[in-house]
Design a protein around this ligand. Structure first.
Ligand code: THG
Length: 264
């Protein structure tokens, strides 16, 4: 499982405050902690409240780069903010994200080529997030086709079926799982799949959030999920992910497989 740490996001209070105070130590602490917890990349999102998103993205990327050279997923819907972040990345960046609108794909795939970035493609468009797997798969196919037209290696594409909070959008979870399963038939090689896992438990009771995240991660890996943006500091969650991959034959079985996985 390719893990993108979710914590450097202005949606979290501590990050929001650190951005306001230009407090590098909080951001760098979160970066180091997530790397120690075996993140493969870090999500970077200025948050919904930022009034100078470009400046904040530049500050975040530079601040993180002082303590780690791990790849960053630049998480924004604004193209100028995206390019500002990509331009400062030291390791192969990830564009988080592009939707299935042709104009968005054309401009962001051009950025992907310019900065040799991987891409997260959301199965949504102007009309929003589809309610069923069939429409999500149509949009995934549109993204795959557009990548091929732009000469982008499908190894660099992650399809995100967009999971919504189960407390308000319960029917979506099984449609997302079906999308993950069936997206393997879209191309050869197939696109990889990813989720912003914590969306699923947003708004649920605090005492259930971790359990909902862990259960859905296990189910999604069972459906073929390759990557996730998640709370990598949640040990039980990461252990469940590693174990799910073991049972899906994506990890070789050995005694003390959890320790062995973390060592490598
Ligand atoms: N797909 C892609 N990128 C994404 C998402 C996605 N990026 C953002 C988001 N979704 C994934 N990251 C988070 C981070 C936090 C939460 C959800 C998704 C979250 N936070 C808690 C809350 O809001 O209730 C806790 C906040 C707090 O403790 O202050 O749920 O889907 N490609």
């Amino acid at each position: 499982m390719f893990i993108i740490g979710e914590r450097i996001n202005g949606m979290f209070k501590d990050v929001k405050v650190a951005i306001e105070k230009k407090d590098k130590s909080v951001i760098q602490g979160l970066a180091k902690k997530q790397v120690e917890c075996s993140a493969n990349a870090l999500d970077v999102n200025v948050g919904p409240a930022s009034d100078k998103p470009k400046e904040v993205m530049e500050w975040l990327v530079k601040t993180i780069a002082e303590v780690t050279d791990i790849p960053l997923a630049i998480d924004t819907t604004k193209e100028d903010v995206m390019e500002a972040g990509l331009a400062l990345c030291k390791s192969k960046p990830i564009i988080n994200s592009v939707n299935a609108n042709q104009d968005k794909m054309d401009s962001l795939f051009a950025l992907a080529k310019k900065y040799n970035a991987s891409i997260i493609g959301l199965t949504m468009d102007k009309s929003g997030i589809p309610k069923d797997a069939e429409r999500r798969l149509e949009l995934a196919m549109k993204i795959v086709a557009s990548c091929l037209e732009h000469g982008i290696d499908l190894q660099d594409l992650y399809i995100d079926a967009v999971i919504l909070p189960v407390n308000v959008a319960q029917p979506h979870a099984k449609e997302v799982l079906k999308t993950i399963r069936d997206s393997k038939m879209l191309s050869d090689p197939p696109p990889k799949t990813i989720l912003g896992l914590s969306n699923v438990s947003q708004g649920s009771l605090p005492q259930y959030k971790a359990l909902i995240n862990r259960t859905f991660l296990t189910m999604a890996i069972g459906a073929g999920l390759d990557a996730a943006i998640l709370d990598v500091t949640d040990n039980d969650l990461v252990d469940a992910g590693i174990t799910s991959e073991l049972l899906m034959e994506k990890q070789l079985y050995c005694d003390s497989y959890l320790a062995a996985y973390r060592k490598k």
